[in-house]
Design a protein around this ligand. Structure first.
Ligand code: NDP
Length: 450
């Protein structure tokens, strides 16, 4: 059995069988780093794989909170501090009923390589709780955030572990989490990013992941003498990432025609009405059903009506597809539909939105595929800009942040392409990104010693 297979076997023995998302992410990385391991036998000597695929520290905690009617609730909270070879742990916090140790382990593992790929000095972590913010009052959200922070504030710090937003955690939640940390520690220590501007947030952070996704895709297409200008694009999700990807697509003259939420999907052939979408999702926090009520030409399909369980979004013919909702939302059936409809490029806005089977199908058909750990790294990159603005007290304008974001996304693409050329990987950006990220972390781990 070779070293990679042995490491995978040991990982299976030391993790739960139910950690399916974690194993999916692990397999994707390990399979693609074989050429790197062949070229660098010292990684095996230092047993780097086995050391890298086990989290440094996993914190599990109980969150008790009171709702508006004084009922007491209990939720499970987690923080996976996976690897800090390159810098302090950094990664978002997710509030969603589906959160469990497996989901957070996969997200934290992916975050290590994403952060490494940006070239910035940050390690990888992820946290969250199985709390559903839907239908909760503002006061209940505040109480939950306070209880969450109280349960583990002594495990974080601006040189230890810095939190951020993710699904269910936007500026409002970040504000409450930060406020509670301040209260408990009597410091203004910058332990969280994606803060509201009034609390030291960075201009351009809200837009960074969505804008960065499109900058990365544009750079990639430019290299192939292609463009998104005038092209039909499909997007899933309607949260922070999806909305800002749609906004940037309009800026560059593309035509985004779909979006979705956890209840259904919208197809608006004339292009998504961005103002209406923002009003529904950001202001009213309501279902996309309202979009179809207000725009009679738009088609709304409820989740229960999806054919074969695959989102209606991927039924729509497009040049580029941007999955921006959640993990494994794009399965094999959707992949085949996209190929039948002659899709040219898939760029992941969400974390691991493409299932292993779908990825195999895209690779078999030589579809250009931009993996999340590269394409959606703009968010964490601007979070680091937020951290440096907080410590220097020197704040950047929106234009300055946006210019830096563009440059970072362009460099990420160029560095991955260099790796692809070095290892004869052609346009296999999945392997290129994994090798680039893995190598940076492995080299740092060796320098630190055992
Ligand atoms: P949000 O909470 O802002 O939005 C998530 C959106 O996805 C919501 O519209 C939600 O619907 C929808 N959604 C959730 N589950 C499903 C589903 N099964 N099918 C269809 N739609 C669904 O999260 P973000 O936009 O911040 O995050 C989206 C993805 O991007 C996640 O994978 C996240 O990890 C990743 N990401 C986010 C970054 C950021 O900066 N925010 C950075 C890097 C990655 P509903 O409105 O009904 O809840």
């Amino acid at each position: 059995m070779n070293y990679i297979d042995l490491a995978m076997k040991r990982a299976k023995e030391s993790n739960c069988e139910s950690d399916v998302n974690f194993f999916q992410a692990l397999k994707e990385v390990l399979v693609s780093i074989q050429p790197l391991m062949d070229k660098h036998p010292e990684y095996q000597t230092h047993n780097i794989i086995e050391r890298m695929i086990a989290p440094n520290r996993s914190i599990y905690f109980k969150i008790e909170w009171l709702d508006d009617h004084n009922n007491i609730h209990v939720n499970n909270g987690y923080r996976i501090q996976f690897n800090n070879a390159l810098g302090p742990y950094k990664g978002g916090v997710r509030f969603h009923p589906s959160v469990n140790p497996d989901i957070l382990k996969f997200l934290a593992f992916e975050q290590i390589f994403k952060n490494a790929i940006t070239g910035l000095h940050i390690g990888g972590a992820k946290g969250g709780a199985d709390f559903d913010p839907k239908g909760k009052s503002d006061k209940e959200i505040m109480k939950f955030c306070q209880a969450f922070m109280t349960a583990f504030y002594n495990s974080i710090g601006s040189d230890i572990d810095i939190l951020g937003g993710d699904i269910g955690v936007g500026a409002r939640e970040v504000g409450y989490l930060f406020g509670q940390y301040k209260q408990l520690t009597n410091t203004y220590d910058s332990i969280i990013t994606s803060k509201p501007l009034a609390l030291g947030g960075s201009l351009g952070r809200t837009q960074a992941t969505g804008y960065g996704l499109i900058y990365f895709t544009q750079k990639l297409l430019e290299d192939l003498d292609q463009t998104l200008k005038g092209k039909i694009c499909t997007i899933s999700g309607s949260g922070n990432v999806a909305i800002h990807a749609i906004e940037k697509l309009y800026d560059i003259g593309a035509v985004p025609v779909t979006c979705s939420d956890s209840r259904g999907a919208i197809y608006d052939r004339n292009g998504i009405d961005l103002e209406l979408l923002k009003k529904i999702k950001l202001e009213r926090r309501a279902s996309l059903e309202y979009y179809a009520n207000e725009k009679k030409n738009a088609i709304y399909v409820k989740k229960e009506k999806y054919i074969g369980g695959s989102s209606y979004v991927w039924d729509i013919p497009c040049y580029a597809a941007f999955p921006c909702a959640t993990q494994n939302e794009l399965g094999a059936t959707c992949a085949q539909k996209l190929i039948d409809n002659d899709v040219k490029i898939i760029a992941e806005g969400a974390n691991m939105p493409t299932s292993s089977e779908a990825l195999e199908i895209f690779q078999k058909h030589n579809i250009i595929f931009a993996p999340a750990k590269a394409a959606n790294a703009g968010g964490v990159a601007v979070s680091v800009l937020e951290m440096s603005q907080n410590s220097s007290l020197n704040y950047l304008s929106f234009g300055e942040v946006d210019e830096r974001l563009k440059k970072i996304m362009s460099n990420i693409y160029l560095h991955i392409k260099e790796v692809c050329d070095e290892y004869d990987l052609d346009m296999d950006l999945v392997s290129g990104a994994n090798i680039l990220g893995f190598k940076r972390v492995a080299d740092a781990m060796i320098m630190h010693g055992v």
